[in-house]
Design a binder for this molecule. Sequence first.
Ligand code: AMP
Ligand code: MG
Length: 323
Amino acid sequence: MKTYVLKDERKKELEVLDKALEKIGRKELPYILRVQQAILKAVDEYMYKKEITRIMPLMIAPITDTLNHDVEECEVKYEGQKFDITKSMIFHKQIMLSSPYLDKIYIVSPNVRLEQQEEGDKRHLFEFTQVDLEFKNADMDDIFEFEEGLMKYVFDYVKKECVDEFKALGIGTSHLDISIPFKRYTTQELKAKYGDDFEERASAEATQPFWLINHKREFYDAEDLEKPGTYRNYDLIWPRGYIEGLSGGEREYKYDRILTRMRELDVDEGAFRNYIQLAKDGKIPKTAGAGFGVERMTRFVCQQKEIDDVTVFTRKPGQTYLF
Ligand code: AMP
Ligand code: MG
């Protein structure tokens, strides 16, 4: 079947086509991509040295992240079964660690989240990649220590390896001089200090990354049973206004807790029946984990205005997409 396009529409499309080629042809792009490559190389090296097992990502699965905000649905039908496109591999990480032979895993994981366009938004793509890890029998402190070590290793590596790239991009590297451990704040204390836009304001004032602890969000993030209504989860906030770069948490893993949290958040238990079954059989281990966005890290490292500045093809909500 032939596709016909109206003349005016076609004219507009050709303008977008020019823009798409302009985006690919930016002189900064090869430098940004080289820095991103160095970041990923350093991440892999660090993980390998620390004996974290890398698993390959999945792009479709019968269950995926429930997220804590609405995005457009994105389903694939295959052989009479429904698959979602991966929003994150949180459940696969937990299920994989049911193996008695695996304790620490990570995935360089492409995620599709069909986000709504928001005025002034500089950090959402609807397709991005996260470095997503999960450790068995770990708690928040273990993850903080590991991620701090990882960030330090990565930043030291790119500072050393990417001198020419930073020069070509016309930026310094003082934002990569991080001192660990990072400071920790609760969402409550920052909200009291800065008001509702505390993440933006605290990030804009900060010169070092910091942890932001205790968010009410997905059912799988563990509630602190000694302090009900508080949660053992966290974000890493990039300084200088770059805001959230990583999210994670200790996980709910006990059957009754998972059901309680699912009911609180109105999650479709039917869709999760096999995951729930594993929890009922005691097969979901105690874990904690975190994932950081590769493009957000590249944006921060390369000090770019917005996240889509580090992509080759536009994946910014609210645009026309040709490729
Ligand atoms: P989440 O657990 O949903 O916060 O995702 C983990 C990390 O992935 C976040 O902290 C971000 O760094 C990154 N991320 C999440 N959503 C997006 C998005 N729409 N665009 C770019 N990066 C994202
Ligand atoms: Mg998050």
